[in-house]
Design a protein around this ligand. Structure first.
Ligand code: PMP
Length: 388
């Protein structure tokens, strides 16, 4: 062991994580084509992927990627402002802007990178960011990085949000997810839009878990509620319902021009490969087509079946709007044990615990996909009953 590992207390930190039941490890899958995943001779039904529409392994995806690779090959070779901007990136961004109903859009290598680049580019010292308490780590880290004053309101607590808006200094940015990643519930977007407009603040909505899943053509919760035109900054990921990877920020032309000049995770990072941009443009077409509607309808039927099953086994599932169905257990040790029992009975459902969620609120996070069959969901009900 190198000496520095000893002086930096690496082993002690790892022991501490184990002692607190916060230890995590990577478990590679040998095969993950679709919802049946394999490692060695073991096989599970996957109820933990964010590939909500089942596009990641679809024929359309395969064909679009192959076409993209044949046309453009591998990596882009440089960052976007150097020589990494290809026509395929621009076409994707135009398609995203059209899809989200904004003047322009900018893509990044991940959803996390969108937040890290966007928020510090727009606000800084002397400004105020007001976040919902349950906002994703990327939004929290971006807010910290910006140097703005950070204020947090309890989840969906509008009175507190209003009080914070009344005393906020400088440029004021309200930040929320639309569908919350670990709770599956929805932000009170209509009310938040009304409040931010009344107080002259800007609003960033992270639609990572709603885009592709909710709203007309899958345009997200803000479109479903008819408030998308009042949202100033639309953030989304291309790694969940879109079935690939990357992230986007859709907004006015001027905001996007500013991000091209100021968003450091955009400027100083190699442009995503062109075949990804090419395939993602095809996925937008698919998601906003009749086929997308059918997949969403199948997904919502699956979610309805799963919610009903939980009720049938005596549980009280939360009001689920999209495809995330948490089963709150409490203690990490119990949630870990339940997840392990489910794994033993052939279901891949992770235990989510601190620091991703608050201590004492460890949970199983079930995600549904349009690809799940009725019999797979029925089998999940029985397995859950036995595991809990
Ligand atoms: N926002 C939310 C709400 C998320 O759940 C995630 C992914 N877990 C991200 C942003 C980051 O997106 P990506 O995985 O594309 O980096």
């Amino acid at each position: 062991m190198p000496d520095t590992e000893r002086t930096w207390n690496i082993a002690a930190q790892l022991d501490d994580l184990r002692a607190q039941e916060l230890w995590r490890e990577l478990r590679p899958l040998d095969e993950a084509h679709g919802l049946t995943v394999r490692s060695g001779d073991r096989e599970w039904i996957n109820f933990s992927s964010n590939d909500y529409l089942g596009l990641a392994h679809s024929q359309e995806m395969q064909a679009a990627l192959e076409d993209g690779i044949a046309k453009y090959g591998g990596g882009s070779g440089a960052s976007r402002l150097v020589c990494g901007t290809h026509r395929s990136h621009v076409t994707l961004e135009e398609a995203l802007a059209h899809f989200k109903g904004t003047e322009a859009a900018l893509t990044f290598s991940s959803g996390f990178a969108v937040a890290l680049g966007t928020i510090p580019a727009l606000v800084g010292a002397g400004d105020t960011i007001i976040l919902d308490k349950l906002c994703h780590a990327s939004l929290v880290d971006a807010a910290r990085l910006s140097g703005a004053t950070i204020r947090v309101f309890p989840h969906n607590h509008l009175d507190k949000l209003e009080r914070l808006l009344q005393t906020a200094q400088g440029r004021v940015l309200v930040v929320t997810e639309s569908i919350f990643s670990m709770d599956g519930d929805a932000a009170l977007l209509k009310e938040i839009v009304e409040l931010k407009s009344r107080h002259g603040a800007w609003l960033l909505v992270d639609e990572a878990h709603a885009v592709g899943v909710l709203g007309p053509q899958g345009r997200g919760l803000s479109a479903a509620l008819g408030v998308d035109q009042q949202v100033d900054l639309h953030l989304g990921t291309l790694s969940k319902a879109f079935g690939l990877s990357g992230g986007y920020l859709a907004a006015s032309r001027q905001v996007i021009d500013l991000l091209i000049n100021r968003a450091r995770s955009f400027i100083y990072s190699t442009a995503p490969p062109m075949h990804l941009a090419h395939a993602l443009t095809t996925m937008i077409d698919l998601i906003s087509s009749r086929r997308g509607d059918l997949l969403r309808s199948k997904l919502h039927t699956n979610v309805g079946q799963a919610v009903q099953l939980l009720k049938d086994i005596g549980m009280s599932p939360p009001a689920v709007q999209a495809a995330i169905l948490p089963v709150i257990i409490g203690e990490a040790s119990q949630a870990l044990a339940a997840s392990a029992r489910l794994r033993d009975s052939g279901f891949l459902i992770p235990c989510i615990r601190y620091p991703t969620v608050a201590r004492g609120s460890a949970r199983l996070r079930i995600t549904l996909s349009a690809e799940h069959s009725v019999s797979q969901i029925t089998a999940l009900g029985s397995a859950l009953q036995a595991a809990l």
